[in-house]
Design a protein around this ligand. Sequence first.
Ligand SMILES: Cc1ncc(COP(=O)(O)O)c(C=O)c1O
Length: 384
Amino acid sequence: MNQHARLDDKAIPFIDVAAQRRRLGRAVDDAVARVLAHCQFINGPEVRALESELAAFCGVRHAIACSSGTDAMLLVLMAWGIGPGDAVICPAFTFCATAEVVALVGATPVMADVRADSFNLDPDSLQRTVATAKRLGLRAKVVIPVDLFGLPADHDAIAALAAAHDLFVLDDAAQAFGATYKGRKLGTFGAATATSFFPAKPLGCYGDGGAVFTDDDELAARVKSLRVHGEGVDKYDTVRIGMTGRLDTIQAAILLEKLKIFPEEIAARGQIAARYAEALADVAMVPQSGKESTSVWAQYTIRVESGRRDGLAAALKAQGIPTAVYYAKPLHRQAAYRGFPVVAGGLPVSDRLSEEVISLPMHAYLERPLQDRIGDAVRRALAS
Ligand SMILES: Cc1ncc(COP(=O)(O)O)c(C=O)c1O
């Protein structure tokens, strides 16, 4: 998490969870102490309080806290009864969890390509992927757009195609909770949204956690039952096959404190992204938040000519600046996913991006002098 490196004797973390911890100070300690005092470690009052705060934050009827972002998506697919013979369309350029949950319910992930300018699902490719799925004899049931690196996908175009092909939309906003599309917060697009509170995420807890968002009362009720083994009205009268999918009360208590400063942190990330863009726009392809969207900048990912990335990473490393590559292999190149179908015509953009992307340090507590040093170092490395 805190990948520390040295630059002029100043540690540069890639993501600095410790700086936020210092800012929050006793607030988190006190919140945890309250849980330790009341001892309701599972489904305690903080879980319900968090759910209502999260729902109010993004303007949705139901927020259902759960054990991780992966489980959030799994719970929704289970609630919809997705299974063998069903196709779930997802972008190939994403974290594995997006397709993993599809395989876990026995359905088939069918991979679509992304757009080079946003890193997100390409609606044209989605259209072609539906045709590919049908040609393979699968029932196209769900599309999972991903709001990669914190930037919302093209939700209007995706919603129109989903309506035309009768697909459920499950938005994978694991990296983008807090971002907006056309003035609305993520969590309100599609039939359901999943997010992650993994510590490195823009809103992270101190362990694993996630949430499902939906306006659909029936779906919400089913997800709540599934996260507790499929319980019915009576806890010991199980009505469906479920799982252990709850968020711990301690994590909810921590998230309640972090949510208070989250809007300020999003603003700080936006300022850092703008400063990086100013410094780097003429030497690399810098990410844009778009006219209709705001990003929460889970990652600040630039693109450089393929073949130059390793040199850039090495030059930055030598100056104590950590970088990361998300993702060096798109899903269809990874051993676990190689066997699943891809859109007819292949995934040229996902393949190209996997050779060009490199992410720079990004967190709300990255100070201005460090931003400048990183910007200068990237410029120098790319100029040489
Ligand atoms: C795009 C995406 N989807 C899903 C997940 C899964 O979230 P979690 O780690 O909370 O299970 C992640 C986590 O990194 C992610 O980046």
